[in-house]
Design a protein around this ligand. Sequence first.
Ligand code: SF4
Length: 192
Amino acid sequence: MDPLPLSYINQYAYCPRRFWYMYAQSEMEVNAHVLRGVQNHERAHTPGYESQGDGVRIHRRVYVFSERWQITGFCDLLEEHPDGRFVPVEYKQGKQGRWMNDQAQLCAQALCLEEMTGHSIEQGAIFYFGSRRRVDVIFDENLRAETGALIDAMQRAVAIGEILPHTDQKSRCRGCSLHDICLPEETRVLSP
Ligand code: SF4
């Protein structure tokens, strides 16, 4: 099996069926929310690095991978601190949500970085464009376990090769750009 792009962890955590549409069927609908996210990411995704006055070196668009987890992807930003700490930073559209999908995606980057560098990565951060806030994320045991379980579940789903059920959390469908492809209400009404 090919390594899974770690950005899909976010999609799977939001809704496994959405992950399936995007990863297995290459379906994507660009609504305003998605387009804003793409444009914001383009600004952050110019590769290279720069140094800050406090001695922190900022690397942009850093490729990461993990043999152990069979995932691959990019960090939007990677801070390299003078004390040797690496801190991955992810840019996200909107504000911090109630779900852990963004945190799991960032944690997957940390798992990759730990394997690549041999350093323990304790903390990362997510910058939300909607609120202009930077939120620290601690990679504790719970988040690591949750992230590992998501990766395992994605790989099992791909190996089985069947479309996944609708989420039972209807509020997620309202904001989903794939709603008109997925038709969750219609499917519910027509299901025996
Ligand atoms: S519409 Fe709902 S069930 Fe369908 S992919 Fe989106 S979130 Fe999942």
